[in-house]
Design a binder for this molecule. Structure first.
Ligand code: NAD
Length: 321
């Protein structure tokens, strides 16, 4: 059983000390299947007890449901506000994308109401590759987010998305210090490590690095990805083969995958979507085991060999791709 808390790491220049395992709250919006309020509450409470202090959500997840459920759970947990770090997003909604200054300025108020908070720690522009132009993010959205930061409703500003080029494009064009954090997903796991090449650039810019989806949004799990998963049939099949291989050896692909991502200490936090107390405990246990014993290198080599034909394969995202 888990006896130790997860480690904390500095997040860029924010001064925030985030848990290496972050709680991805998209499952609280039923994105990976239905989750009851009791399951959500026990997951969030257990995460806090075990030292997970970063919770990531968005108005997009479950059509605002994830934010509302997370807000209720954090409040009901009884943990003080300064013991956890909340990251939410703006610009992406079930109704579509809107990165206008007007919309994101209203968005933070709506998010705060749903989250039952006075401020969020990080406010991200959500999936900026879907903006009509990245220049809108640079010239309109980020300046609007700066005003939100000045108002105290968000402490730090981030940008998120899938194609890695969006980060270099934006960070090379905004005033230094106006973006505090980037959130990349599905680019630092056993099957795709392309975020690694961007890390020196991000460090040079003084930007904190959060990497999401170490299980590739369900690809690297025994149960497999949800129906909406955008990976090719080839990638899905290779990941399935890797999961079957691990299971046949009495090992768990999710544990290996999470440990692989966590082993890179240049990444401040790895956000994993969790929808049960059991997953919270398993993921914290994986982090503690990694810290004490390292990764199962024999199994990792075998899984890397299975995934080699699809290494770094991704999928299109956004209107520029
Ligand atoms: P993920 O790779 O973390 O996979 C989540 C899936 O893995 C869920 O089905 C979950 O039930 C399952 N899982 C978790 N722990 C497990 C365990 N121990 N054993 C078996 N299965 C387990 O993908 P994700 O949820 O998409 O990403 C994590 C979080 O990162 C999201 O919840 C979200 O907060 C954030 N995120 C942000 C963006 C963005 O900003 N554009 C994109 C993707 C993810």
């Amino acid at each position: 059983m888990v006896g130790e808390a997860v480690e904390v790491r500095e997040l860029g220049k924010t001064g925030l000390r985030v848990s290496s395992v972050g709680f991805g709250a998209s499952p609280l919006g039923n994105v990976f299947g239905h989750i009851t309020h009791d399951e959500a509450l026990s997951s969030v409470r257990r995460a806090l007890q075990l030292g997970i202090n970063l919770f990531d959500t968005s108005p997009y997840y479950g059509g605002t449901l994830s934010e509302s459920v997370l807000g209720r759970c954090l409040e009901a947990s009884g943990f003080p506000r300064d013991s956890y770090i909340v990251s939410t997003k703006c610009g992406r909604y079930v109704e579509g994308f809107d990165f206008s200054a007007d919309r994101v300025t209203r968005s933070i108020d709506e998010s705060l109401q749903r989250l039952r908070l006075d401020y969020v720690d990080i406010l991200n522009c959500h999936d900026i590759e879907f903006a009509p132009s990245l220049d809108q993010i640079i010239n309109e959205t980020i300046p609007a987010l700066q005003k939100i930061k000045e108002s105290g409703k968000a402490r730090f500003i981030g940008i998120t998305g899938l194609p890695l080029e969006i980060f270099t494009y934006v960070l090379d064009r905004v005033p230094p210090g106006s973006v505090d954090v980037i959130l990349s997903y599905c680019h630092y796991g056993i099957n795709d490590t392309t975020l690694q090449d961007l890390i020196p650039f991000l460090q040079n810019k003084g930007v904190g690095i959060i990497s999401a989806s170490p299980l590739s949004m369900g690809l690297l799990t025994e149960t497999g990805p949800p129906d909406w998963h955008p990976a090719s049939a080839e990638l899905k099949s290779a990941c399935r083969a890797a999961a079957v291989h691990c299971k046949a050896k009495g090992k768990n692909i999710s544990k290996l995958s999470l440990q692989y991502s966590l082993a890179n200490k240049e990444i401040s936090s790895v956000l994993v979507g969790m929808n049960s107390l059991q997953q919270v405990e398993e993921n914290v246990e994986a982090a503690v085991e990694l810290a004490n014993h390292g990764v199962d290198s024999e199994l990792l080599l075998e899984v890397e060999a299975i995934l080699e034909p699809v290494k770094n394969q991704t999928w299109p995202s956004g209107i520029q791709s």
